[in-house]
Design a protein around this ligand. Structure first.
Ligand code: MN
Length: 234
């Protein structure tokens, strides 16, 4: 027994040493954990969709981004925001995966259990009413923009550099922080229009998913982003 323990201890020392020598550099980006259980958004979004969406799709963007960065010394140490700001000049693998990582990281935090997300705070509510007429009209316009996006992409509520609210949509994993975006600004709320976000439960019915999704929106979080974007804009 003593002999075995000694052998194990020796093996452990070897293993530690080997790990020490072979240590890979820490990947530039990591998959953030979901801020709630995979089933927390049911019945609006089912647990299986969340598990695949976060654990497979979002993970793939993080893995792809780390791989693209490891292949290009010039990109080492750049923040996600720095990469997005010059996405148009970078390889497609960086643009797509950096966008995918940023978009999903914000998306998870935009949602919470059905019916618990409250309402927009006063400043945001007022800005929405001024720009779109009412919260309901805003929601309709946001949904229309989401339905109107051909293929995959995102629909956004942004604060423009001039401090205005705007609804916009981007293709693929682009977002309004990118130099290539038609309408640029700070995204404060985005919904994922890729079929992987809703297909298991809603199949082809993107419009039904878009209208059911409001029940999940964490308005305290969105209002916080609005305040931050407004003070950055002004
Ligand atoms: Mn997605």
């Amino acid at each position: 027994m003593r002999k075995l323990t000694g052998a194990l201890a020796f093996a452990a020392v070897l293993a530690t040493t080997a790990v020490g020598f072979a240590a890979e550099p820490k990947p530039a980006f990591e998959l953030p954990p979901l801020p709630y259980a995979a089933n927390a958004l049911e019945p609006v979004i089912d647990a299986k969709t969340m598990e695949i969406h976060h654990g497979k799709h979002h993970q793939a963007y993080v893995t792809g981004l780390n791989k693209a960065i490891a292949a290009d010394k010039a990109l080492e140490g750049k923040s996600l925001e720095e990469l997005l700001a010059k996405a148009g000049t970078l390889p497609a693998a960086v643009r797509n995966n950096a966008g995918g990582h940023w978009n999903h990281s914000q998306f998870w935090k935009s949602m919470k259990a059905p019916g618990t997300g409250g309402k927009p705070a006063d400043a945001l509510a007022k800005a929405i009413e001024t720009k779109f007429g009412s919260i309901d009209e805003f929601k309709q316009k946001f949904q229309t923009a989401g339905v109107g996006r051909f293929g995959s992409g995102w629909v956004w509520l942004i604060v423009t550099p001039g401090g205005e609210l705007e609804i916009t949509s981007t293709p693929n994993q682009d977002n309004p922080l990118m130099d290539v975006a038609e309408v640029k600004g700070a995204p404060i709320l985005g919904n994922d229009l890729w079929e992987h976000a809703y297909y298991l439960k809603y199949q082809n019915r993107r419009a039904d998913y878009l209208s059911a999704w409001w029940d999940l929106v964490d308005w305290a979080e969105v209002s916080k982003r609005f305040d931050a974007a407004k003070s950055a804009a002004n």
